[in-house]
Design a protein around this ligand. Sequence first.
Ligand code: MN
Length: 217
Amino acid sequence: MKKTEILQESQLNFPYNLESLPYEYNALEPFVDAQTMELHHTKHHNAYIQKANAALENDAANNKIPLVHLFDKVSELSPAIRNNGGGHFNHQFFWQILKANENGKPSGELMQHIDKSFGSFDNFREEFTNAALTRFGSGWAWLAIDDNNELFVSSTPNQDNPLMDIADKRGYPLIGLDVWEHAYYLKYQNRRPDYVKAFWNIVNWAEVEKRYQNLLK
Ligand code: MN
């Protein structure tokens, strides 16, 4: 993984802290409700942060390494670091790529790349939706780009992600969708397909495109 450094942000250095969202809790209504957003951010994300800090507190060798680089050797680290470090990264990433978009689409080079890789934008959405719906139990669906600049869709269990050395397919996340029940149960109950369908209304394509361009360099 040659470009991991590009994903480094100050929030991903130990000790981790909970940053405010770049929008109000109700900003993604009606697709994701304000109560879910507030609980998800202040309870779930915060719990991953506190537990990741606790897991690394007395681990002087690893707590100096940026989180994105710990993922390179996560198979050698404790489950507490893998699960909670993954939980912190995944949520920090997730909040950034969300924004109400009225069913928007990417533009420019990313759209062309999606067309080339998946045949069409609709085919890409179908493949991503399928990854999100067939992930058994808790996990994430991803659009990512690998070291050869190939786009791919994947899913990971629990709080794993494509940066981790244990991932079936490794790459740099461009879109991530949290399919844990805590992300949708209050509004959608057991209807994960409705939540995944609604997700296309809240992808921040400008941010995804920016990340794509940074990773292409
Ligand atoms: Mn979550």
